[in-house]
Ligand binder design. Structure first.
Ligand SMILES: [Zn+2]
Length: 186
């Protein structure tokens, strides 16, 4: 169970994280506040893509500008106008902290994990494998996203965490040995 206060800290303050998701090591590294990273991503024009060049391909189709706009809109629309007015001019990290102190638990539970996940996704390198999963023998999955049906390769590799996952059966391969094993199977 993720603690909402921790998520607020991750979003608004520089903090330490353990990059080893397997939990095999305990190596804390400093990470900038996720909202700071989002601001930097905007400057880097990560979402200027458009096929031509430069733009990173984002798995969920939302760029840093859209995401920041969404966060600002949610903060405004989930508070009463008289609650929002005094914090409207604050920098976004401060505004989000104030929002967390004012808003109902429902929206906080809905949005905080989603925002942390979406911002982290912006900085994660993922690619799909055009291959059949050796466990469930599925090559593509069908997904509905924003009302649109899309077909995607089932196997996806996340570079930073050295993992491959099958979106169909949920099987995960972690680490170089596992990935080599998978590579030998597909
Ligand atoms: Zn599978």
């Amino acid at each position: 169970m993720t603690n909402l206060e921790d998520l607020v800290v991750h979003l608004t303050e520089d903090h330490k994280v353990n990059p080893d998701k397997t939990g095999k090591t305990f190596n804390l590294v400093e990470e900038y506040a996720l909202l700071t990273q989002l601001e930097q991503a905007k400057t880097m024009r990560l979402n200027s893509g458009g096929g031509g060049g430069g733009g990173a391909k984002l798995p969920f189709g939302v760029g840093p500008v859209d995401l920041q706009n969404e966060i600002e809109t949610v903060i405004m629309s989930t508070l009463q106008p008289w609650q929002y007015a005094p914090i409207a001019k604050l920098p976004l990290p401060e505004r989000l902290k104030e929002w967390f102190g004012l808003v109902d638990i429902g929206p906080a539970e809905n949005y905080l994990p989603k925002w942390v996940h979406q911002i982290r996704d912006l900085f994660t390198t993922k690619f799909h494998l055009e291959a059949t999963c050796p466990e469930c023998h599925t090559a593509t999955i069908t997904q509905e996203q924003d009302g649109q049906i899309t077909h995607k390769d089932a196997l996806m590799v996340t570079v930073e965490s050295q993992t491959a996952t099958c979106a169909n059966c949920g099987n995960t391969w972690t680490g170089v040995d596992d990935l080599n094993y998978l590579a030998g199977k597909i």
